[in-house]
Design a protein around this ligand. Sequence first.
Ligand SMILES: *Cc1c(COP(=O)(O)O)cnc(C)c1O
Length: 421
Amino acid sequence: MTEAVHTAPAPPDHSAFMPTYRPLPMVPVSGAGCWLADADGRRYLDLAGGIAVAALGHAHPRLVAALHDQAARLWHVSNVFSNRPAEALARRLCELTFAERVFFSNSGAEANEAAFKLARRVGHRRGGPDKHRIVALRESFHGRTLFTVSVGGKPAYTETFEPLPPGIVHVDPGDHEQLEAAVDDRTCAVVLEPVLGEGGVLPLPPGYVRHARELCDRHDALLVFDEVQTGMGRTGHLFAHQALGVAPDICTAAKAFGGGFPIGATLATAEVGDQLTRGTHGSTFGGNPLAARVALEVLDAVSDPALLANVTARSEQFVDGLRTIGRSTGIFTDVRGRGLLLGAVLAPEFAGRAREAQLAALDAGVCVLVAGTDVIRLTPPLIITADETAHGLERLEVAFTRLVRRWREAAAGGGGPEGTV
Ligand SMILES: *Cc1c(COP(=O)(O)O)cnc(C)c1O
């Protein structure tokens, strides 16, 4: 076999896919810890972590061992049977959180779908069919099923999918008056992400979350936290709300919960959770032994105080480093977020160019995410070391220094915004 030495690996081939995605030009074929590799063996530092999923990085020995061991025993029996890994996982979640009851599913959207259906059902039972309104935030993201995308606050994601489920009210995040005006006795639930992830990495002020709790108590409504992105240690706490001192009635988890193996969970108090009675909801795969066994390992690892302390320390290192890059290159004006869910906001003169910055970072050997078109988002593995963090920051500085120079030259010379890769 003879191959040209400098042939790049084949680009992504999505010709047989529905065109929902636009994959990056590098196709990873393996991963270990915080690193990904393409077919040529070129290594990339992964600060995207599969969108806040690979909390323990790639191919973590503990997860690989748990998966192999369980794979050789029992994969799936459906909920016609109970299974020991799911039982242990539910018990452990209840020990570690406000929760007293758990429903397992396979994704964030499904965890939220169950949460919203449960909230509607509790509303019906407390106040009759009129008590069905859900108050949610503009720019929030809760998944892509019809109900969850309707509760989400991005009109672009629901266009052409109408008619949508009715009874959903949106308010601007952080606006106390709008919230106060929206919540009334017809409200069954207020739904919040403690940090809006897809919506631009926007932490909600603690006072706003407390206000939501008070309004829910006043109007006999449920407070629902979508912690699909913020949960499982991401913010330096097992769940972000544990640092806010506000307990929800329902909280959802997914993304990092399985460390890359699909699993979602809807957590609730006993009073609320017990109302999802036999036959009212279900899932074929939810809580299967393979997923539950892996998630049990993840949960154990991400509730370890040493790991959570690493999240906080690396967060400070990233924030300092990104602010320095922002000052030296002028590319960012603001760095925000909690723990290892961080957003660097592009300066107004570079608004809309987050994708170009993402491609430039990839070219320099670092995988990052975007949130919208104006924010570079980082959701690295929670196990990232100080050295890896320093390396990532150094590569980003090189990439963004070059990129800003090119952007400025193009602006001065009348060139277009193209030419990143
Ligand atoms: C990713 C995400 C979801 C959807 O999760 P899927 O597993 O893609 O269905 C829901 N809510 C939040 C906050 C998310 O970040």
